[in-house]
Design a protein around this ligand. Sequence first.
Ligand code: V07
Length: 252
Amino acid sequence: MELTLREEEIFKEIDRTRIPGHVAMIMDGNGRWARERGLPRSAGHRQGVETVREVVRFSNHLGIKVLTLFAFSTENWRRPPQEIDFLMSLPEQYLQSELPELVRKNVRVKLMGDPERLPAKVKRAIAKGLDATAGNSGMILNFALNYGARMEIVRAVQAVLEDLQKGKIRPAISEKSFAAYLYTAGLPDPDLLIRTGGEFRISNFLLWQLAYSELWFTPVYWPDFGRVHLLQAIRDFQQRERRFGRIYPEQR
Ligand code: V07
């Protein structure tokens, strides 16, 4: 993969043996990106999909094992119907163009969130993506779609109660046994959360799983997010990690 000079510069500062295993992203700023250009919000979302293509490719290239992208929250249903319609065309659009490459590059597509409310065409497109990549063993590309962390936790508790009532489990729960009821069962917790678009919030994303994650925020709007920014985030992540738990960082 050909890197620009600026990308190369940051890449040199990165320890390739300590790439974060799981990176999660809140892809914010599409609407503002569009408004500042006098374009409809849909133009921002369309450009946002371009960024997803680029980020997925580059994450895989860097050796990231799990990439989790917050595509649509349970709160996003409050947006105008026209915008929701457009957003709901994006999973199909993305998979239509990218699925062959994902299959070829051994990427496994996963979904987290409640599929119930999703339009049938979205469910079909995603089922096809899950199916076509189910046997892949490389990077896991995890799309959070109709996802909300509190809902995830409440559903997990409901499932625990159900298993308890059926006599499948004893009335005891640990962090580990509880985590098995979350959408992320079997996946490592995110090492790094990236949020674009300038807000400093978690916005009901992965509340349980982010307990020990490094958080990285940038004012850059998602459509403008690129390889340079991902490299910066990873470099900063590694510098923070090197200080982790140490009293005197200058003593090596
Ligand atoms: C969406 C593009 C990225 C910026 C944030 C909002 C708009 C990719 C997907 C997607 C989802 C599932 C899947 C394959 C692709 C997507 C929505 C919005 C709803 F299996 N981007 N993207 N889905 N945006």
